[in-house]
Design a protein around this ligand. Structure first.
Ligand code: 2RA
Length: 350
């Protein structure tokens, strides 16, 4: 008898968690419990054909729960994951509250599944979606060639900023569509303002017909929280505390699926054929790399998919032992709900 709880069951990622559970041929859970804020309590959601009532977050909601998957804001996880643990559950947390805690493993099952089984605090963390979108590819290459340096630029989708981000992008696109804007400085912003959208945007600048080189919040030295997460989390997951990492995180007008341009340097010789072999051997990667036929991954082809898509693999012309490539990963699936669920599956297999 194993009970799985979804905390944040009514949110964007919680809904994808339910979709993933619905799509599994079989599940190891005898009960699935849906937990959310008191505001959402009482709603009924269908999971594997059964209607389940959402219960309010409370200490008692965790009684009898074996594994609790959390997708809630950092402060809510910081308060409630330890409560779940005190009631006997293992917490698998998709917030930033515990990711860099040395006593909390940060797990991507393809890369470091074994670490999920040593958890002094009873908590396992799920990485940020930007880091996760490239980790299956980097983990496989690191095992084969020994990663030494990483320079990346992200192309992050609006849904990384939650439902508010999706709604804002859709509203901005409606505001500019058919207006012929984009030729004159300020005309996109004027069209958005004329549609009555609030000046405050989750993206800090118009996103429709634009790219915004700022994701997350400002940190020391002009870096953003997203850029520091890429650096710190990559080091922790790969077990490379001194890995040299530089990231620039950019928001693009895509609804869902983060893309990343990766420039990775290795200890050993690498070439495109060797990298292709490594990617082809990794079940959670789909290689789409046929430039002559103009085949490469793009976010709209990857949204809703579980695997990470990899393409545009090139041997760097001026940097030894270095590959450049492009990855796309659905930030709500592998980037959030799927990886969290795969950690839960790993825990229940133990
Ligand atoms: C973003 N990576 O895309 C964040 C979400 N966790 O905003």
């Amino acid at each position: 008898m194993t009970t799985l709880a979804i905390v944040g069951a009514t949110g964007a990622v919680g809904s994808v968690m339910i979709d993933i559970i619905d799509a599994r041929e079989s599940v190891p859970w005898s009960e699935i419990r849906l937990i959310a804020s008191p505001r959402s309590a009482g709603r009924r959601l269908r999971v594997r054909g059964e209607e389940i009532e959402v219960v309010a977050l409370s200490p008692e909601a965790f009684d009898g729960v074996d594994i609790a998957m959390f997708d809630v804001p950092d402060a809510v996880s910081a308060e409630w994951a330890p409560v779940a643990v005190s009631r006997g559950a293992i917490a698998v947390d998709n917030s930033g509250a515990f990711r860099m805690d040395p006593e909390v493993p940060l797990v991507v099952p393809e890369v470091n599944a074994e670490q999920a089984h040593t958890r002094p605090k009873g908590i396992v963390s799920n990485p940020n979606c930007t880091t996760l979108s490239m980790m299956a590819a980097l983990g496989a290459l690191h095992r084969a060639f020994g990663l030494r340096e990483l320079v990346v630029a992200s192309y992050q989708a609006a849904s990384g900023a939650g439902q508010e981000g999706i709604d804002r992008l859709q509203a901005e696109i409606s505001a500019v569509a058919g207006k012929g804007v984009g030729h004159r400085r300020g005309d996109v912003a004027e069209a958005i303002a004329a549609a009555g959208l609030p000046v405050d945007s989750p993206f800090n600048a118009p996103l429709a017909m634009n790219v915004v080189p700022f994701a997350g919040s400002l940190r020391d030295g002009g870096w953003t929280s997203e850029e520091l997460k890429v650096r710190n989390e990559s080091r922790k997951i790969l077990g490379l505390p001194d890995l040299r990492v530089s990231a620039t995180c950019v928001r693009v007008p895509v609804v869902t699926t983060h893309s990343i341009a990766v420039h990775a340097t290795f200890a050993n010789d690498v070439d495109v054929a060797g990298a292709h072999q490594v990617f082809a051997a990794q079940p959670s990667i789909v290689l789409v790399d046929d430039p002559e036929s103009k085949r490469f991954p793009t976010p709209i082809d990857v949204v809703g998919e579980d695997p990470t898509y990899v393409g545009r693999v090139r041997q760097a012309l001026d940097f030894p032992n270095t590959l450049d490539f492009f990855v796309c990963g659905d930030n709500l699936r592998k980037g959030a709900a799927l990886n969290t669920y795969e950690i839960a599956e790993e825990l229940v297999r133990a």
